[in-house]
Design a protein around this ligand. Structure first.
Ligand SMILES: [Zn+2]
Length: 43
């Protein structure tokens, strides 16, 4: 079983889901969210 370790934005950035093509803007310190069962990728 894989343990999920939350990741946090180190600066203002955008993260992207390559499954549903959604983009979310994060601020520094925000937790990088899950989308479609995966951690969103920093752009
Ligand atoms: Zn998604």
């Amino acid at each position: 079983m894989t343990k999920y370790t939350p990741k946090f934005a180190t600066e203002d950035c955008e993260v992207y889901c390559n499954i549903c093509n959604k983009t979310i803007t994060l601020k520094k310190g925000d937790e990088i969210p899950l989308c479609c069962g995966k951690v969103m990728e920093e752009m």
